[in-house]
Design a protein around this ligand. Structure first.
Ligand SMILES: [Zn+2]
Length: 977
């Protein structure tokens, strides 16, 4: 397989990693949705009505719990009195104080709108793959409270309503939505909520004249759903402390009051239940998505028909409170927290509908205005509904497994579910309601655990298989590198019929078991890769031996071996700290500070002859080390943006002045005598690039000031921004008119090409990072080259004859090249983590792309964010490409070493993936794994990019510089000896 060479290797790398990333979906993200369950509802005698005839669900999208209940001064004060803190949602608050029940609804990650709504309306926690599949449509149809209702009217955003409308029986759910471009991120968004309230009012006004509508509204089991997106939008745009967000709370409260009054008046029967909550919270920096408590805690206030009145403890702190609710002024009212899916069970109960079939919500009994008997019966029905889901899932698993091992609590020594239900039934008929409630509660918990048991049934086997696969890849990649770049003439792979048959029979046995248990087709691929890899490694054993001899053969003495061992330990420590760097960005700071002393390792004579370069390296490392100390969450800082724009422009002007000097390797003698054609065209092209940088700075400054002043993004600024962005990427074409193959020229050109884009996307210090990173990379390439030639010259001076004279096109890889690959990995990682935390999506604020697309549009905005993230990688890959060429190593050799080594990271993350604990931990460990395994694919792509950028460049290692450096080196080494 090694014969396939470079391209084949890259293809295998990409395919293998993509397939193996998918394993995480087979292990962790198996959809919890099944079908075939029978419907379960609370049994009531025919003459007993359900707790409510209808239900109104208000969802304040992105309303975080504390903001809903705390007191603040009037957001837009008109008098001194307005400065006294007051509660901004007095109506909703009065429901908690006097009429209903309140608490905090705890959501799970990802704290996004879609999973939040699915949890509270369908009662299920969607797997993350569903979130990735699409926000607007259902990847799988699931049942919901709306689908169980007689009819549901819903108003709100086109991002949310369609999934419930299309998931339900056709015609059952009406959705009234504004157009998508109504959601403008850069402006006050209360109009979104006012739109919803106005349209609800319209519907009831129409009912006065429209008899069909009037009759429809007066049926039982009716649901009204008001999706209020304003808070989410103002939260993103202005953050939850802003007067805009707080004012929006007032608007929502007023609307909720008006709609409540209107509905109470329309029906005049007190048979309406009201639920007010949120899909997720909002972090202090205006984002959500992760498991931060600010994102997971949302308010829940229920009142109206069927809902219990507040439990008051005058003069004391009532149960349920903690430090979160200490400043809400609700101390004497008992607080009842729920899990978000419990809201679905509660709503189904209130309107007397069946529980949605996929619901894992547990009925929050304190919210029910019912006696203990009714509560016991309701909770038992709830338990039977969840058991029904368990039954269907277990049947499916049993049918597919060769040797199914049943869930311990329900099989073997434990009581079967049916017996448990019968026991609870008996307790109820005996009047032991409290006991029945306890038993039902325990049964629900057991069943939920059982569902998890079924969900994680295959984990052990799959994890073992995947681990063997990654180890196989690392071994295979190293074998290929040794074959291609270390061993001068590789021997043909040795295969015997018996070993091939051995590998084939293992594969056949695995496939047979997959067929028997009807495993997903991806399992076949998971099993194929490790066998192919290990078979190849085994067949190449002769080359491996030879490679080992070449790489390690010189280590004769014990001191050599000890030095190697120390190096190997440092190497592994750096890789492990890279892994820890995913969680603690500051670790990169430590690595860069350590990196400052790197030139010292090469000896004092090296430092002396390269003093300026070594100092420049140390300084740029120190500057780089500061970025990972700065917060990943950034506030917009216009001064910082302008400062980085100015620095980039100054660099541009300096480059234009000193270009001949730079291009002749910073040597003034050869600059004078240089025949570098400084054509007018090239200078004009560079001038245009610098002009674009200045223009980008001016436009960005004006755009962000305008957005900060809440005047939206002026159309002129938006157009100018796009023009600068697009034209800056076209400027390399100008340089084509006067080609210059000097590598420094090429790197400078790339720096100027990407600079305007980076300024447009900069929120705060990223522009400074861009400058520092570019300088560091350029210095790194020069330094590596000097070290290489320094080593050569020393070897030459001691051996007497210069081996470099030999016209070797590519030198074989040496053990020391592993260090170059490690540096590359550290730089890659710092490109990921210096301006944000790649492992936490919420740290990437949409502020930066608001200057080009001010309207919420996750896909286009996401694409622009990715463009911003990718720019440093383009620079890094071009620099490594140049380095590859300058060190005369075969193209892609370094990239391949990185691809082999980077999966040590992947395996590390695969092993630490959490299957238990908080959802935050599970979610972030999984995302680390995905990022680490994509790294290898990414490096493969970067190699392609670098090949493109360095195509046809002249790295200048020919006649002019090398002898000079060698001469220097000789001089120094003579001095030393
Ligand atoms: Zn939301």
């Amino acid at each position: 397989m090694a014969a396939m060479g470079r391209l084949g290797f890259l293809a295998v790398a990409v395919v293998f990693h993509l397939v193996y990333i998918y394993s995480i979906f087979d292990i962790y993200f198996v959809s919890p949705i099944v079908s075939g369950m029978q419907l379960v509802s609370v049994d009531r005698p025919a003459n007993i009505k359900s707790p409510a005839d209808r239900l109104v669900l208000f969802v304040g999208d992105g309303l975080r719990a504390d903001k809903a209940f705390q007191a603040f001064p009037e957001p837009y004060p008109e008098s001194d009195e307005d400065l006294i803190p007051r509660h901004l949602a007095p109506f909703i608050r009065s429901r908690a104080l006097q009429h209903g029940t309140f608490g905090v609804s705890h959501t799970r990650v990802p704290t996004e709108s879609r999973p939040g709504h699915v949890a509270m309306i369908a009662g299920l926690y969607e797997d993350v793959s569903a979130v990735a599949t699409g926000w607007k449509l259902n990847p799988v149809n699931f049942d919901s409270v709306f689908n169980r209702s007689r009819h549901t009217w819903s108003w709100g955003s086109p991002d949310i309503l369609p999934m419930f409308e299309r998931g339900a029986v056709p015609g059952r759910v009406d959705a009234y939505m504004y157009a998508a471009d109504f959601e403008d991120f850069s402006k006050d968004a209360t109009h979104l909520d006012i739109w919803v309230f106005d349209h609800v009012k319209d519907l009831f006004t129409q009912a006065a004249t429209n008899k069909t509508l009037n009759r429809a509204l007066r049926q039982d089991k009716v649901v009204f759903f008001l999706h209020l997106l304003g808070l989410d939008t103002t939260g993103h745009g202005f953050r939850p402390y802003s007067k805009e967000y707080l004012h929006n709370i007032q608007i929502v409260d007023k609307g909720v009051q008006e709609v409540t009054d209107l509905i109470q008046k329309f029906y005049a029967d007190d048979r309406t239940a009201f639920v007010f909550t949120a899909d997720h919270g909002m972090s202090d920096w205006g984002s959500h998505g992760d498991g931060h408590p600010d994102n997971t805690r949302t308010p829940l206030v229920c009142w109206g028909s069927g809902v219990a009145p507040p439990v008051l403890h005058p003069g004391t702190i009532a149960p349920g409170h903690d430090e979160l609710s200490a400043d809400w002024g609700l101390d004497h009212v008992q607080r009842h927290d729920v899990a978000q899916a419990d809201i679905a069970a509660l709503m189904a109960y209130l309107i007397g509908a069946e529980f949605p079939v996929n619901s894992v919500g547990k009925l929050p009994l304190p919210y029910l205005s019912a006696n203990t008997r009714q509560k016991a019966e309701a909770l038992l029905a709830n338990a039977r509904e969840i058991l029904e889901m368990y039954r269907v899932k277990e049947e499916k698993k049993e049918a597919n497994e060769m040797r199914y091992k049943p869930y311990g609590a329900f099989g073997g020594a434990g009581l079967a579910p049916a017996q448990r239900v019968a026991n609870i039934d008996r307790l109820i008929s005996l009047g032991k309601f409290e006991e029945a409630i306890e038993e039902s509660d325990a049964l629900i918990n057991l069943t939920l655990e059982g569902l998890r048991y079924l969900q994680t049934y295959d984990w052990l086997f799959l994890r073992a298989l995947i681990t063997v696969g990654y180890l196989g890849w690392i071994a295979y990649a190293i074998t290929t590198v040794i074959n291609l770049y270390v061993v001068p003439t590789s021997t043909a792979p040795k295969r015997s019929t018996s070993t091939v048959l051995g590998f084939l029979s293992i594969l056949a046995a695995l496939y047979a078991s997959f067929i028997a248990s009807k495993s997903p087709s991806t399992y076949y691929a998971y099993a194929l890769f490790p066998l192919v890899f290990w078979e190849e490694v085994y067949a190449q054993r002769e080359n491996l031996k030879e490679g080992g001899r070449l790489l390690f053969g010189h280590m004769g003495s014990a001191s050599h071996i000890a030095a190697f061992a120390v190096n190997a330990i440092i190497y592994c420590a750096v890789i492990v700290s890279l892994a820890l760097g995913y969680i603690h960005r500051e670790i990169l700071t430590g690595l860069f500070i350590l990196g400052t002393v790197w030139p010292v390792v090469c000896g004092t004579s090296f430092i002396r002859s390269n003093a300026l370069l070594s100092i420049a390296w140390a300084i740029s490392c120190l500057v780089m080390s500061t970025f990972t100390l700065l917060p990943a969450m950034k506030h917009e800082n216009v001064d910082m943006i302008v400062a980085s724009g100015v620095i980039m422009s100054v660099i541009g002007v300096l480059y234009m002045i000193f270009e001949p000097f730079v291009l002749s390797d910073f040597s003034s003698e050869s600059a004078k005598s240089s025949n570098h054609t400084n054509s007018l065209v090239a200078r004009v092209a560079t001038g245009i690039q610098v002009g674009l940088i200045i223009l980008a700075t001016i436009v960005t400054r004006s755009s962000s000031l305008s957005i900060q002043a809440k005047q939206g993004l002026p159309l002129g600024n938006q157009i100018m921004g796009w023009i600068v962005l697009v034209s800056s990427f076209l400027t390399p074409l100008l340089h084509r008119l006067s080609p210059n193959s000097n590598f420094m020229h090429r790197l400078a050109m790339m720096f100027f090409t990407c600079a305007p884009t980076f300024i447009i996307f900069t929120i705060s210090y990223e522009g400074l990072f861009y400058v520092t990173f570019s300088l560091l990379l350029a210095i790194w390439v020069r330094l590596e080259y000097r070290i290489e030639t320094f080593g050569k010259s020393q070897a030459a001076s001691t051996n007497g004859s210069a081996k470099t004279d030999k016209a070797v096109s590519h030198r074989p890889l040496r053990l020391s090249d592993a260090r170059v690959s490690l540096f590359f990995m550290v730089l890659l990682q710092s490109a990921f983590f210096s301006t944000g935390n790649v492992a936490s999506v919420s740290s990437f604020s949409l502020d930066s792309v608001n200057r080009l697309i001010p309207v919420f549009d996750p896909f286009s905005q996401g694409a622009l964010l990715i463009l911003k993230l990718m720019i440093p990688f383009v620079l890094i890959s071009a620099n490594l490409g140049v380095l590859n060429k300058r060190l005369q190593v075969a193209p892609s050799a370094f990239f391949m070493v990185v691809m082999a080594v980077s999966d040590i990271l992947t395996l590390y993350f695969f092993w630490v993936v959490k299957d238990e604990g908080s959802w935050l931990e599970i979610g972030s460990t999984i995302s680390h794994f995905v990022i680490a395994s994509l790294l290898c694919v990414f490096v493969a792509l970067l190699e392609g990019v670098s090949a493109m950028f360095i195509n046809g460049i002249d790295v200048g290692d020919g006649s002019s510089q090398s002898p000079k450096i060698q001469a220097n080196g000789n001089k120094d080494s003579k001095k030393e000896t």
